[in-house]
Design a protein around this ligand. Structure first.
Ligand SMILES: Cc1ncc(COP(=O)(O)O)c(C=O)c1O
Length: 332
């Protein structure tokens, strides 16, 4: 299907490689597991957010905005990527973060400070109740100082950011042709829904015969089905898109949230250690570690028995390992 992309900046280092995990695949006894290495979209900018921000920040430039406001958890990968990109593009950046900062700053938060973002932190309850007002008040304050603000929602997951993984799906189609594989399933972590939504639309637009699965790392299946649909509707509302949304299936793997968002059981930490040692691939405890643990568990349960190859999208998040260093058990 011909696709007209909206304005886009070149920020991510793409195409990223698609790599086969030989030892993990052999151990799991199921389909061959391939990893789309979107943890390599940049060094400090690594991960899925850079792909979305190519479109989101381009839109901010179209609207002549010079100040970006966005939000997320204290260790948000999205906020870190936004802060660094704002520094790269010469834009003012304000981050509204949920949580009480530990001192000294660690992981993504340390990088937010290094990038010179104006970091505002709020107790989780206050953030949850007042996020909309916090964003609007910050925008109003910036306007008073003569700036033109642009607000990016959590995870850049909306109709604009969705384009990031519509475009990434085009890359996947080429990867599959290059490796001569026809995976029937593509799995990613889902946190604010934009990666899953972009892939869901992208595989349909690029005629890839695969099912996209988001592994819930917070909330639940009902929440993500509604959130992904809302982002897809926003996307269709903003742009001329040749897709009938009711033809898309939104698939969520639930049951692996564990103790909660950004909290993982010891199994997830063990999986992260196992994959790092078997393949030299580092996952994080908030998103990709949980999602990959779910993938291995679901392979064992037979969910993916109908395919020879399966693709896991590594969406980055390595800086989330450091603040959780005490959760890893090392016996050597
Ligand atoms: C490393 C990483 N993986 C996956 C996700 C989930 O992506 P999305 O927010 O598009 O659902 C996020 C952000 O939420 C993330 O930072």
């Amino acid at each position: 299907m011909p696709i007209t992309y909206p304005p886009r900046l070149t920020l991510a280092l793409t195409p990223t490689p698609l790599q086969l995990l030989r030892r993990v695949s052999r151990d799991s006894g199921g389909p061959r597991i391939w990893v789309k290495r979107d943890d390599l979209t940049g060094s400090l900018l690594s991960g899925n957010k850079v792909r979305k921000l190519e479109f989101t920040l381009a839109q901010a430039q179209v609207e002549d905005c010079d100040a970006i406001i966005t939000c997320g958890g204290l260790q948000s990968n999205h906020c870190r990527a936004t802060a660094l990109l704002c520094a790269q593009l010469g834009l003012h950046c304000t981050l509204i973060l949920r949580g009480e900062p530990a001192s000294p700053a660690d992981g993504n938060l340390l990088l937010d400070f290094l990038a010179g973002a104006d970091v505002k932190t709020y107790a989780p309850d206050h953030y949850q109740k007042h996020l909309h007002t916090l964003l609007q008040d910050t925008a109003a304050q910036l306007r008073e100082t003569g700036k033109k603000p642009f607000v990016i929602p959590t995870g850049a997951s909306d109709g604009i950011g969705l384009w990031g993984y519509v475009a990434a799906s085009e890359e996947l189609r080429e990867d599959f042709a290059h490796h001569a594989i026809q995976p029937k399933h593509i799995v990613c972590a889902t946190g604010s829904g934009g990666t899953q939504g972009g892939l869901t639309a992208g595989v349909a637009l690029h005629s890839i015969d695969a099912k996209v699965w988001g592994v819930a790392v917070c909330d639940d299946e009902a929440y993500f089905k509604a959130k992904v649909l809302a982002d897809l509707q926003d996307w269709q509302h903003r742009y001329e898109t040749p897709l009938a949304l009711d033809s898309l299936s939104i698939n969520v793997i639930d049951g692996y949230v564990g103790p909660g968002y950004a909290k993982a059981d010891s199994d997830v930490f063990e999986t992260i250690k196992y994959v790092a040692r078997s393949e030299g691939l580092v996952l994080d405890p908030v998103y990709t570690g949980k999602a990959f643990h779910a993938l291995l568990s679901e392979i064992k349960r037979g969910r993916f028995d109908d395919t020879n190859d399966i693709v896991f999208v590594h969406t980055g998040g390595v800086f989330g390992v450091f603040p959780q260093r005490n959760e890893f058990q090392f016996d050597n």
